[in-house]
Design a protein around this ligand. Sequence first.
Ligand SMILES: *Cc1c(COP(=O)(O)O)cnc(C)c1O
Length: 361
Amino acid sequence: MVERRSIATLLQLPPSEDRLFGPNPSVSLNATYYEGQRSAYGRHTNPTWEAFEALIGELEGGTAVAFGSGAAATFALLLALGPRALVVADSYMGTRQLARWLGARIPGIELVEPSDLDAHLDRLAPGSVVLIETPSNPLLVTYPIATLAKRIHERGGLLAVDSTLATPVLQRPLTLGADVVVHSASKFLSGHSDVLGGVLVASDEDLVARVGEVRELTGAIIGPVEAYLCFRGLRTLAVRVERASATATTLAMRLRDRLGDTVRYPGFDSELVGPGRQQSAGGALVALELESAQQADAMLDGLSLFHHATSLGGVESLAERRGRYPGEDRIGEGLVRLSVGLEDVEDLWGDLDRALTRAGL
Ligand SMILES: *Cc1c(COP(=O)(O)O)cnc(C)c1O
């Protein structure tokens, strides 16, 4: 676990290419480069992506490859590091849909229930990649990275961790034994709900080259402006995540006092979450397993600071009934996911308190 202070400081360093010029990388809008430069064409690389990649790579402890979205990064991971890949089904809906879609075309890409993971790991084929998400979206379950990495390595496999919900401020999977980290940069990394992006980080250069090849061949690239926004978002990542996580911890505890076990929060997992553990704090997401869609909708209608919208990890607080999507097939209809932003904690609590009262909760 990197010291808080060192992450916050690291985030403010100018990219090495631009150190003499100013604190920020330039937005390089070039489809082609003059002969003799280190890139020939805009699908191969771009100096603005490289600034984002250098910073997120340093945070995670590996080499980063940026993509046009988290989904594009996951696609590259499953294709490049497969063709044998197990995707744990307790994951982002789009990741499950992608795994099913790819699995129907490429035998060997499989979606597995977490309850069956043990049995699958016992007979894992060498060279397989296993993708987990911790904490998972939207159930917020935490999975033990170091234990899983050890078991998977014993069978000659690779562990990939979608760490979107934790961010490198709270959790650094490569230091715990994972081989690859994947992020939707559309969430906390950029942090302002204004851009789509994704990134993969690995310390093994061969893995990095394999995923980079998929990006170049498929053109799943991030635009230079988007890469700049991701880079700029990283400047404030530490303060945003620390504040949002502290606020969410307070809200989750008050919600649990009121609603009991219907409240899910990674911070309640004292084995894996806490100072010095796998994940240093609970993070900014809280889930409420309300009884029905009607009850959840009544609560959402009563909110005014939390906006009813999808996505997460922005500066503004959002609430969403995830069960409204037919593809969200592993959760109850009444599950509400809260993404806590940077508003004042008492204002947010007041909003939740009024909405719960209105919904008769
Ligand atoms: C949003 C999300 C993704 C997909 O990322 P996009 O940038 O929307 O393509 C993947 N994993 C998790 C955990 C997510 O929350």
